[in-house]
Design a binder for this molecule. Sequence first.
Ligand code: ACO
Length: 360
Amino acid sequence: MATQSPIRANTGLEGVVAAETRLSMVDGERGELIVAGYQIEQLAERSFEDVVELLWDAAGGAAAGRPRAVTLPEATLALLRAAAARRTEPMDALRMAAGTLTAADDAAAASLLVGSFPTIVAAYSRLRAGREPLEPRAEWGLAANYLYMSTGAEPHPELVRGLETYFATVADHGLNASTFAARVIVSTGADFVSAVTGAVGALKGPLHGGAPGPALDMVFEIGEASRAELVLRRKLERGERLMGFGHRVYRVRDPRADVLAAAAERMFARAGDARLYELARSVEATALRLLEEYKPGRRLKTNVEFYTALLLCGLGLDTSFFTPTFAIGRIAGWTAHCFEQRALAKLIRPQSVYVGRRPA
Ligand code: ACO
């Protein structure tokens, strides 16, 4: 018979404060996100390189310098070619490729990881499409290089700005699952490559990084604004969830949704199809009205995934590459947390309560 224990485990660690951090603060009641001392709205105006440097500085990792896109070693490219031939999922390919990297110390590893991720993901998207990978151009930053290496074309500055806004908004977000995974690994004294490889694995799950695709599918399914009420009402009547709405922490509108909506509007107006943006706005307004009607008092508001989906679609990225693109932004936070955890030099080791059989 299983042992009864008077101690109850907090299996989801909800409400447990497991770290002190200078990197980001999430206030779900007020809808506030501070990253490296900046409101997310201010940070979103900076380049991705600035965001990475601010996070590294705050974490005591300034020695890593300013990140730049790097050319992949032959062994990494060979692995990506083999993965593409087997139609490996993009997040699995990213995890395997990240694991091929090696560096002499933490600062070198952080630079190498942040600089390699855009090259790895872009190279894999081209290999999956039967095209040859491209090398990064020295005169461009990480976001411009990611778009260039994915599409092969010189990216429109408005698209680069849209992507930089996205990277800034997802760079860090408290002690989320993948960040916690990275900190646990570094806390054992292991290297940053191992920590980031583990974080990629944690980000892959649908409860963490895998949601923007379905939000976009919903907008496409609606197709035109006049159908929004009918389609959404039918979903709610069937007890379905509206993708891109609701959040475990935010009880008001996710501040990242506002930043991304503004970026998407600018990007679509100057370098894309503004009709998709208009459609998404009207789907959002109808969804919020119906959620209030069907789930009164639940405070279900627009989350980051809704406008992420729209923005990444406007950049011409395939939905199967949305989560790897999230990883290119979130690696800023992962590496910064690795520096912070390294300085702490404290093993993360919680306890479990035994509820199994006892020997007879
Ligand atoms: N559409 C319709 N109803 C919803 C939605 C939604 N999107 N979200 C929550 N509800 C309802 C639930 O059905 C439940 O109703 P009930 O009390 O009548 O049964 C109530 O609101 C509370 O739901 P919970 O699951 O307890 O809320 P929780 O805070 O745990 O859920 C979550 C958060 C998982 C994000 C949820 O809102 C959801 O499934 N949203 C849709 C998927 C999505 O957009 N995911 C991306 C989240 S952002 C991110 O992860 C980075």
